[in-house]
Design a binder for this molecule. Structure first.
Ligand code: 13P
Length: 261
């Protein structure tokens, strides 16, 4: 990871923690985190939609340095889309980020790369940073085709992006076989894919743009393995599921710099 890319530790709570629990959780993190922690690492929570207002009031009221965002965003800006939440609604609540293309959205809600592309562009229209997620299945990993597969995903997810739009985005490599399974990609395996993605960004955009874009790793990341993953040159942060539900563990992950061997 280079100096120009501030590390980002993002907790994806998925469908966990109601707004009461969310408030207590953020308070506990805020109590533990110091000015040095925020200086060294951007701290982000990606909460259920129903938590966002409570988290906003707490964070703004107490001037807490934790950032917050959503786990999804509609590709549409407004209209007859029952159940959807627009980028402008999220921006109005002070969200800075929205995940698009999480494998669980792809698997359970039929989202494909073109949906992800439209959602990322919708986020950007409303000045939200899309966290664009992608990653291969176990079958593809076992066939050894992971790099080609992931580059195909990234190409389609970023179709039509300008340099500026790419720089305003975060990428997240989450191998499906590592999500929620306890099977973390080895630092070398994660680095292989993240490095290939950055090389693709150099070709598609420019060396400067590629050097500015943060690439996160996600998949059974926890306090015990955060430092070795973060030590990889092309891994700039974590997209953390299960381990982010324990505020103490997540704070330890934000402090990975203190645990590097
Ligand atoms: P786990 O950390 O629970 O494996 O989940 C990863 C993930 O999907 C984050 O978006």
């Amino acid at each position: 990871m280079t100096e120009s890319r501030k590390p980002l530790m993002a907790g994806n709570w998925k469908m966990n923690l109601n707004h009461f629990e969310a408030t207590a959780h953020v308070q506990r993190m805020a109590f533990a985190l110091t000015a040095e922690d925020y200086e060294a690492c951007e701290v982000l929570v990606l909460t259920p939609f129903t938590d966002i207002r409570s988290v906003q009031v707490l964070i703004e009221g107490d001037k807490i340095g934790i950032k917050y965002g959503a786990q999804d965003v509609s590709e549409h800006d407004s209209g007859a889309y029952t159940g959807e939440v627009s980028g402008s609604m999220l921006a109005k609540l002070g969200c800075g980020y929205a995940v698009v293309g999480h494998s669980e959205r792809r698997q359970y809600h039929g989202e494909d790369n073109s949906t992800v592309n439209r959602k990322a562009l919708a986020a950007l229209r409303h000045s939200l940073t899309p966290i664009i997620a992608f990653g291969e299945s176990l079958q593809i990993r076992e066939s050894g085709e992971q790099v080609a597969f992931v580059l195909g995903q990234v190409e389609q997810c970023l179709a039509g992006f300008t340099d500026e739009q790419a720089r305003a985005s975060v990428l997240a490599y989450e191998p499906i076989w590592a999500i929620g399974t306890g099977l973390t990609a080895s630092p070398e395996d994660a680095q292989e894919v993240c490095a290939a993605v950055r090389e693709w960004l150099v070709e598609r955009f420019s060396a400067e743009t590629a050097a500015a874009i943060r690439i996160l790793y996600g998949g059974s990341m926890k306090a015990a393995n955060a430092a070795e993953l973060m030590a990889q040159p092309d891994i700039d942060g974590g997209l953390v599921g299960g381990a982010s539900l324990d505020p103490d563990e997540f704070v330890t992950m934000v402090r990975y710099r203190l645990h590097a061997s």
